[in-house]
Every structure is written in C-alpha cells, then in structure tokens.
Design a protein around this ligand. Structure first.
Ligand SMILES: [Zn+2]
Length: 234
C-alpha cells in the first residue's frame, strides 16, 4: 500500500509533510523514530495496540482476553484521565509482569498536541508519565502516541525531552475510536492484520469484544504472533 493511501484512509493527509525523515538519535532528547511498522524478523508478527480507555467495560474485556490467552501480547496507549486504568490496575500489573502487556503514554486528556504550547504539551505527557510510574512502575519510554496521530517537529522535540523519542503511528486501524459495529471491526481486522503491521484499536466502546475470538482465529490462520513494542524493538 502506498503511504499516501494509508494517510488518506487514516484521516492524516494533513500530517504528510511532517512525516519526512529527520536527523535522529543524536542525543536522548533528539526525536528518534516515527514508527508505522515492525522491524523485519524471521517470525511473522504484528503489534496490536489499544488506545484511550473511555470504556472500562472494554478495557475489562481486553484484560479477560489476555488472561485467557497467555500467548497474546498487547500494548496499551493509556489516556490517564480515564478511570479504567485504575479500575483494572491490579490485573494489568499482573499481565505486565508476565510480559503480555506493555503500557505507554497517550497523554492525560487526549488533546491535539500540535495546538498546544510547549508548556501544555509537557504537562500532558508528564501527567500521564507520572500516572504510569505510580500505577505500573514504568514510564512507557521511549514510546508515546500523539492523540489523533497529530504531531509535528515541535511536538516530537518536546516529547523527546521527556524521554519519548519514538512517535508510534500505525499501519491499519480497527476504526473503533468512535461508533462502529462488530462487523466493521472484524472487517478491518481482516483487512489490516498482516505481517509487521502496527494495528491501532480503541477501548472506547464495546463492539470489538464480540470479535475477539474471530480476530484470534484470523491471527492463527495467518501464522501471525502478537508482540509488544518492547519485544519488537528490543
Ligand atoms: Zn486516542
């Protein structure tokens, strides 16, 4: 698939000029990578990432699913204002200890970071960082995901100062940030769950829960394993 096509599909056309490669890795505070896919590997694998957490029922559904399937790995991009992450904190910590779950930064209140001052960007990322540290003992570094996928060089630079050098985008969405149906989620899962893709889903409404078994069956049929970002980029 062409990058332009993906950006259009993901509603990110406006961000295109901002995605050009830049000098990277000069220091800890220099922006690192913008990630859409996983590195090559002998294994066929995807990173299933799940954002936000507006629906605690859906976060709970994911927790149940992970507990039933010890080989399943998910990276959660936590919006720390949502209570779900506290509600399921104990069970998520256990899954985290088993390496099945990774927690990373998706800001405190989910603003468009490109519209904020440097000070406010810092505050959003720092609040979530403090939450992750207190609740899960991690900061999520170096991974953060900018809300709506909106970022620019300034956002990347402020994020990198806090240790979030890697901006995690996606190549395939379950399109469930807002209202959708189970049929829609499954269709999108089948469309996008392909070797090396970073997939984005949302814990905002419950439609995905009805598709969990069908999604796992699809992964099995395709010989795909799930990995966290830490596992993929170690
Ligand atoms: Zn989000």
């Amino acid at each position: 698939m062409q990058r332009r096509e993906f950006l259009t599909l993901a509603g990110l056309g406006a961000a295109l000029p901002l995605l050009l490669p830049e000098n990277a890795m000069a220091s800890r505070s220099a922006p690192g990578r913008v990630l859409f896919t996983l590195p090559r590997s002998p294994a066929r694998r995807i990173a299933w990432t799940v954002d936000d957490g507006a629906s605690s029922q859906t976060v709970g559904g994911y927790v149940d699913l992970l507990e039933r399937n010890p080989n399943l790995h998910i990276t959660f991009f936590v919006t720390s204002a949502y209570y779900s992450w506290r509600k399921y904190g104990r069970r998520l910590r256990k899954l985290q200890q088993h390496g099945q779950v990774q927690l990373a930064n998706h800001t405190h209140s989910h603003p468009n970071l490109t519209s904020l001052s440097n000070h406010r960007i810092r505050h959003e990322l720092k609040s979530c960082q403090n939450f992750l540290q207190g609740e899960f003992g991690v900061t999520g570094e170096p991974f953060y995901r900018p809300p709506y996928g909106y970022f620019d060089a300034r956002v990347r630079s402020v994020a990198a100062e806090l240790g979030y050098s890697d901006t995690v985008m996606w190549l395939g969405t379950l399109a469930d940030s807002g209202k959708t149906t189970s049929n829609g989620v499954l269709r999108d899962a089948k469309k996008w769950m392909t070797n090396r893709h970073i997939i984005i889903g949302h814990a905002n409404q419950t439609a995905v829960i009805a598709d969990f078994n069908a999604i796992l069956a699809t992964l099995r049929q395709r010989g795909l394993e799930t990995v966290t970002l830490n596992q993929a980029f170690a």
